[in-house]
Design a protein around this ligand. Structure first.
Ligand code: BGC
Length: 734
């Protein structure tokens, strides 16, 4: 009998909780020492359907700064709500809502606070497209860690980033938010940013949960427009759009966001195959999927649901666990459960996933954010150092005729153009809580960089667009007084990002006209470009001596490029997205499939068929000589591993950094494959005169194999080629 009583006591402690100091039993889910899964199950077992459904909804808190998403005014957020998008930059408001959740809701479940921290919270760093051009994922990881720290200290637990939509249409404004056109590169940066955001311990007060978005295929938006249809075959899903997500999931991303796009007739937010079959069943992702803003109710617009109720059913049953702001789950899930259209066990599974992330973030144990003054959170010296380095390495030198750069022996530099003294637009789109005043303008940076060496003259010349040439004369006079003209052209921050498509990727005519005007000075012209997408530079390119692509560098502003112009910094960025010859070539990308006819057939009659600047292109102030490719074996069996290497020599007289891109090609296969596919890259510093060996460890299945339209991997016997620059090496798989 005593034994039985003892076992009952132990059981009750295990299931209901332990006796606290005051004799009251403490629920197991509140015990910080209990394993997460046990806490989740305990809490789940105590929840009503209504409480469960609340966990699957996200509202907003604070004033929304995304112009595309002006929803209802800030609501009276219920204490039980699962999550909010948090628009404030200080933690007070968060703590108030959290207090309400912890103290006024029956079970005290903390709210999860999310926000779009895309490339920095306050310390804004280069846009993701620029980051990819650095080919330095370790630096991108550090930058994400800076963003994570600032976010968590400001009351944000969860960022809606990284955006890893492979994109090949530069008209689409959201190319700025992703890592370019290549699935492998995007996957490497996806993993790096997940590591930077999440670290090893989500519960750390310096880390946030990541969110891979927009799952999946949103980058294939037709004609580069936003929110539209995407025609994506299953083969293309597996070849191109899914791989970065798999890399992000493997890196441990806590959450994903489902896309706005319709994937060949089934919208991404109602796509069972990708959301459940692939993500949950095959990849075993155990976090949750949040819809994009209103992407549940938008299923009605997309023609697959009659009303919000059917939209809720379709999105939920497909595998979207949390509904961002459109209230469809809140309104309809309880009824759908009662009607037997949504099984209770799926509700439980969805809630389990949300709670799991909250427990992992430590929200139950430390729900509040310590209130620390802004100067202890933002723009810390080490954060600014990371941003500046990343911006330096993201900058791509596209043209340098007669080695005009770095500038030497110049006494007067005319800094001209709409971007010369601009600060706000160098932040780029989705700049979080970044402020224009944090950015060092190009003009200010040039004055500092060249202090005591050259005078910096200034004229604006023209605005970003419009027709006014009123400033042209002054700009020309200024150019005539100088030894060299640095012309700062580009895009406003709102010209890229969400809902920011352009029908042409050329710069507005007024900017090109300013260049023509300045050419009359007879002075050499360096064009600095700040923009959120590849540009059509065909007219500009011919007229200028040098072009430097600085993208949108964030708060580092003009400092990195000034260092490049002076020679303090040797540029090392290379393009992660092809620059088309003109808009008419879009879509154009390096890893296309081979055409049926070669040579002059299938070409445009009016323009070349090759791009202006290829994927991987970028100049340095030094020269790198590549040796022959060498392999540890040239005949291998399936499953073998081998090493290929190439010796690279810095043959110039400046230290520099070189990125070696390792491509493979499989010219004969049972399905056609891209003409070449990037499989590995590595960046290394090389001192002047130094030789270093770059190595690629090949795993034959991983690197030579291909996937079919259901994601199954195959490796066929035959000849494969390793391609590095103009070097080629054959490997035979037997
Ligand atoms: C965007 C997402 C973003 C969300 C929340 C949507 O309009 O597509 O990328 O995370 O809004 O702001």
């Amino acid at each position: 009998m005593r034994k039985l009583l003892l076992s009952l006591l132990v059981l009750s402690l295990l299931t209901c909780g332990q006796a606290g100091a005051n004799g009251k039993s403490k629920a197991l889910y509140k015990d910080a020492k209990a394993p997460v899964e046990k806490r989740v199950e305990d809490l789940l077992s105590r929840m009503t359907l209504e409480e469960k459904v609340y966990q699957l909804n996200q509202y907003t808190l604070g004033s929304n700064n995304n112009v595309n998403n002006i929803g209802e005014a800030v609501r009276n957020v219920p204490a039980e709500i699962g999550s909010v998008i948090y628009f404030d930059e200080n933690p007070q408001l968060r703590n108030e809502l959290q207090k309400k959740a912890m103290e006024n809701s029956r079970l005290g479940i903390p709210v999860l606070f999310g926000y779009d921290v895309i490339h920095g919270f306050r310390t804004v760093y280069p846009i993701p497209l620029a980051q990819a051009c650095s080919w330095n994922p370790a630096l991108a990881e550090q930058a994400s860690a800076v963003a994570a720290q600032e976010s968590r200290m400001s009351g944000v637990d969860w960022t809606f980033s990284p955006m890893i939509d492979v994109a090949r249409d530069a008209r689409w404004g959201r190319v700025a938010e992703g890592y370019g056109e290549d699935p492998y590169t995007t996957g490497v940066f996806a993993a790096a940013s997940v590591r930077g955001y999440q670290g090893d311990d989500l519960a750390s007060d310096k880390r946030v949960a990541a969110c891979l978005k927009h799952y999946v295929g949103y980058g294939a938006s037709e004609a580069g427009r936003d929110y539209v249809y995407t025609e994506i075959s299953r083969q293309a899903l597996w070849d191109t759009y899914l791989p970065p997500y798999e890399a992000g999931v493997k890196a441990g991303a806590a959450t994903l966001m489902s896309g706005f796009n319709d994937i060949s007739g089934v919208p991404a937010s109602a796509h069972y195959y990708t959301l459940t079959e692939v993500l949950k069943n095959r990849w075993k992702h155990d976090g949750f999927v949040v819809s994009d803003w209103c992407s549940v109710v938008q299923l009605v617009n997309q023609g697959v649901a009659a009303d919000g109720k059917e939209a809720a059913e379709k999105a939920f049953m497909a595998g979207v666990e949390m509904d961002m702001v459109d209230d469809c789950y809140q309104k309809h899930l309880p009824v759908l459960v009662k009607e037997g259209k949504v099984p209770m066990k799926l509700i439980d599974e969805a809630v389990r996933r949300v709670l799991r992330v909250k427990f992992r973030l430590g929200l139950f144990d430390r729900p509040y954010t310590k209130e620390v003054k802004p100067d202890k959170r933002f723009l810390l010296p080490e954060s600014l150092f990371t941003v500046e380095k990343l911006a330096e390495e993201s900058t791509v030198l596209l043209k340098n005729s007669g080695k005009l750069l770095p500038l030497s022996g110049v006494k007067k530099i005319a800094v001209v153009g709409p971007l010369a003294k601009n600060q706000a637009d160098l932040l780029g789109s989705w700049s979080g809580h970044g402020k224009a005043e944090d950015v060092c303008s190009i003009y200010d940076a040039m004055v500092r960089e060249f202090a005591g060496k050259a005078d910096i003259l200034y004229a604006q010349g023209c605005d970003f667009d419009g027709e006014s040439r009123a400033g042209f004369a002054e700009a020309l006079t200024t150019a005539k007084q100088a030894d060299v003209v640095v012309l700062c052209l580009g895009e406003k921050r709102g010209w890229s990002g969400e809902n920011a498509s352009r029908s042409t990727i050329a710069l507005p005519a007024i900017q090109e006209a300013l260049l023509v005007e300045l050419k009359q000075s007879g002075k050499p012209v360096v064009v600095l470009l700040a923009n959120g997408r590849p540009l059509d530079l065909v007219r500009i390119g011919k007229q200028v001596d040098a072009i430097v692509e600085i993208w949108q560098p964030g708060v580092a502003g003009g400092k990195p490029v000034s260092g490049i112009l002076s020679g303090r910094v040797n540029p090392s960025g290379k393009l992660a997205m092809t620059f088309p010859y003109t808009t008419g070539q879009i879509p154009i990308y390096y890893n296309h499939r081979a055409p049926a006819r070669k040579g002059s057939q299938g070409r445009y009659q009016d323009i070349p068929s090759t791009p202006l600047y290829d994927f991987g292109y970028g100049l340095s102030y030094t020269d790198f000589q590549y040796g022959d490719l060498k392999a540890s074996a040239e005949r291998v069996k399936r499953g073998d591993k081998l090493t290929v290497e190439v010796a690279v020599t810095n043959s110039g007289d400046r230290d520099g950094q070189e990125t070696v891109h390792w491509f493979i090609s499989d010219p004969v296969c049972s399905i056609s494959r891209p003409v070449k596919e990037l499989k590995f890259f590595e960046k290394q510093p090389l001192k002047a005169g130094e030789t270093k060996v770059f190595r690629f460890q090949i795993d034959t299945d991983r690197d030579f194999g291909f996937v079919d339209s259901d994601g199954k991997s195959f490796l066929e016997a035959g000849d494969y080629y390793i391609l590095v620059k103009d070097r080629k090496l054959k490997i035979r798989v037997e």
